[in-house]
Write a protein that binds this ligand. Structure first.
Ligand SMILES: [Zn+2]
Length: 294
């Protein structure tokens, strides 16, 4: 599933191809996506100029003056610009013909993705509020992040996957960030110290930044907006490396299932700290001298 770095790559690829262009024709296949396309949207989009294209979490937002087009790639979605004379691949569900004889194409084999139109940006932002979309990982402060971790007894893997706590992280970058921070994925949120929370936040930022530089990870269907694949899959430390030696300590990488998802970690680099029960934690905090906190 495309995560923040993949979606960011699509946005960066599409930006020069879409800015200033307008849609002259829209064709939609009969098969419906996760959210049904409405024919009424078409009139609001035609002959309007693309003003901006940006990412929010795993969402792609294309602003056309007042209305905006919001796309989610779901599991297998691809949003690319191709020359109109290039044959359309199977599973291409929405095609926007641009005024320069190119096409913005939404292709999605499994159809868990969506393309939706909001009448204004205010409506789109209201939608993101409605689904409680959390902050971008790059915008998190240490205080807010520690507060979010501290408020829950769920494990770190589940917390990282929760889009209401931090937007854009999925299975791959959750595992990679936990390895980078040397934290065991089953560590409970409320057992994390301020120092560990900070190192996890910095690890997440470092891993995502590196992945954007590498144009994301192409494991299955993901390609960027220009059709080019990503290369981050060649640099994974733990994700998908079950049974292989840790690149840091040579210990065999282990796979477990957490929050219903495959989770990969190094049992030596990511040692589980003592699980502190809430009552014990509170008592420990109360007895700590002010100097020792932080
Ligand atoms: Zn290791």
């Amino acid at each position: 599933m495309p995560e923040l770095p993949e979606v960011e790559t699509v946005v960066r690829d599409l930006r020069p191809l879409l800015l200033g262009r307008s849609f002259v024709k829209i064709a939609v296949s009969r098969k419906s996506l996760r959210r049904k396309w409405s024919r009424a949207w078409e009139a609001t989009l035609l002959d309007r100029c693309v003003h901006a294209i940006r990412r929010r979490g795993k969402w792609i937002v294309i602003e056309l003056g007042i209305p905006c087009l919001v796309a989610h790639l779901g599991m297998t979605g691809q949003l690319t610009v191709a020359s109109a004379d290039q044959p359309r691949e199977a599973h291409t569900h929405v095609v926007f013909t641009l005024d320069d004889q190119t096409e913005l194409r939404f292709r999605d084999v499994r159809r868990f993705g969506s393309v939706t139109v909001f009448p204004t940006m205010v409506h789109a932002d209201r939608y993101f509020l409605q689904i409680s979309l959390g902050p971008e990982p790059f915008d998190l402060t240490d205080g807010r992040w520690f507060g979010s971790l501290n408020a829950t007894r769920r494990n770190l893997k589940a917390i990282l996957l929760d889009q209401t706590i931090v937007a854009g992280v999925g299975n791959i970058y959750a595992d990679e960030s936990l390895f980078e921070a040397r934290l065991h994925p089953t560590t409970l949120g409320n057992a994390v110290t301020r120092k560990q929370a900070k190192s996890l936040r910095l690890a997440m930022v470092a891993v995502l930044t590196r992945a954007i530089e590498k144009r994301g990870s192409s494991i299955r269907d993901y390609i960027g907006g220009s059709g080019l694949k990503g290369e981050m899959q060649n640099e994974f430390r733990v994700y998908g490396r079950t049974g292989e030696p840790c690149r840091r300590c040579r210990t065999t990488i282990v796979r477990i299932v957490l929050a219903g998802r495959s989770t990969h970690y190094c049992p030596r680099c990511q040692v589980l700290g003592t699980i502190v029960e809430p009552q014990r934690l509170r008592r420990a905090r109360a007895s700590r001298s002010p100097k020792a906190t932080g």
